[in-house]
Design a protein around this ligand. Structure first.
Ligand SMILES: Nc1nc2c(ncn2[C@@H]2O[C@H](COP(=O)(O)OP(=O)(O)OP(=O)(O)O)[C@@H](O)[C@H]2O)c(=O)[nH]1
Ligand SMILES: [Mg+2]
Length: 360
């Protein structure tokens, strides 16, 4: 699973990226034109507690890949224009985080010369929407030609789907807000459409404005056309500095600053939310591990995430929920209490389930 941090130049993407990856700020790397990737461990208190109880040789957190993409700059004519390299960088991600600048800092000029988060969000939204529209217009023409030449129904069925998308985009609405059924989504899945990608917005706030943050975010929400987007405030500069401290100092400083939840936790939580993800656990003497799956995954789908063989040779899943395990502290006691169950392949896994897959 990949999240891309995208935005205009100097919005704080690399600072946020380094905070997420707990990495030192490297000036030379920050100037690079290509995207940088880092695999990030998803912190999970439940996994920590299970690890304490099982004392395994290894603890393995779920991971998420974060891409830091170079921002859009002002070109020679004084305008900010979308480039193909930028679009390609954005396309490669499963979900996007717009990193939007709200902080003032005269030593790093905003590429549009003023601080205006709404304008920046609308700029990205409209550029991505136009890129999708341009793509579809070329695609539709080719699709119609090819559909005439072949007996393959698949191409013919795609024509109305593409037309439906074009009509929506022409109303200046992102594809995220278009109702699409499963077969339509499947037909579009290979296209890496920018405005269809699940989206979160991270507002990089001025550290001087911590007290006013709720009203700043409220104002941005009110002015956005798509009200369903999750917006989170963060403070790149302070939070980067905090991320270099140990946990105790970090908690202390966060409360001094009035920061309730770290940027890392907020971003990862929002990603799980917008992507419809959840976790299950496997436990044992060798390893305690958290796995990331989609919300509607069955026991068999989840077994497949561990190993393809587990999917193919699935027999049953032993299921205990984390909360029950914490109450009874052993599988035997969970069994006695009726909190340990055998489930078949159709069982829909719940966030926090501890699974043991029986396979042939
Ligand atoms: N005062 C202040 N400065 C910040 C903040 N966030 C980032 N900066 C500074 O702004 C400059 C640019 O930050 P980066 O994180 O490199 O921005 P970026 O979005 O990665 O920039 P590009 O990759 O060029 O698009 C750095 O000097 C940061 O220290 C902030 O919240 N407050
Ligand atoms: Mg950068």
């Amino acid at each position: 699973m990949q999240i891309g941090l995208v935005g205009l130049q100097y919005s704080g993407k690399t600072t946020l990226f380094n905070t997420l990856a707990v990495k030192e700020f490297d000036e030379a790397a920050a100037m690079k034109e290509e995207a940088t990737i880092e695999v990030i461990k998803v912190p999970d208190e439940r996994l920590d507690k299970l690890t304490e109880l099982f004392n395994p040789k290894k603890k393995v957190n779920a991971t998420i890949e974060v891409y830091d993409t170079p921002g859009l700059r002002m070109s020679d004519d004084g305008k900010v224009k979308i480039t193909n390299t930028f679009l390609q960088n954005v396309k490669d991600n499963d979900s996007l985080f717009y990193v939007i600048r709200q902080f003032e800092n005269d030593s790093v000029p905003h590429p549009m010369n003023s601080i205006n988060p709404i304008r920046d969000i609308n700029f990205l939204e409209s550029e991505f929407l136009l890129a999708d529209l341009a793509f579809f217009e070329v695609r539709l023409e080719k699709l119609k030609k090819d559909a005439q030449k072949t007996k393959d129904d698949k191409l013919k069925r795609e024509v109305p789907i593409v037309e439906k998308c074009i009509a929506h985009l022409e109303e200046e609405k992102p594809l995220r807000t278009l109702e699409l059924d499963e077969s339509e989504l499947k037909a579009l899945s290979g296209y890496q459409l920018l405005s269809l990608k699940p989206l979160g917005i991270a507002i990089n706030c001025d550290e001087g404005a911590i007290g006013e943050i709720d009203s700043i975010i409220e104002k941005i929400k009110n002015e956005l056309l798509d009200k369903t987007i999750t917006i989170i405030p963060f403070y790149a500069k302070i939070e980067y500095e905090l991320s270099t401290l140990d946990e105790e100092e970090m908690t202390e400083f966060m409360s001094d600053y009035g920061i309730k939840e770290s940027a890392q936790s907020k971003i990862l939580r929002t990603c799980y939310e917008v992507l419809g993800l959840q976790s299950f656990f496997t436990v044992g003497e060798d390893e305690c591990r958290a796995w990331t799956i989609k919300k509607n995954y069955t026991a068999q789908d989840s077994a497949g995430v561990i190993h393809t063989d587990f999917y193919n040779k699935f027999i049953r899943a032993e299921v205990t929920h984390y909360d029950d395990y914490m109450e009874h502290k052993s599988f035997a006691k969970c069994k006695e209490a009726g909190a340990w169950r055998l489930e078949g392949k159709e069982y829909v896994v719940v966030d926090g389930d501890i699974l043991n897959i029986r396979h042939s």
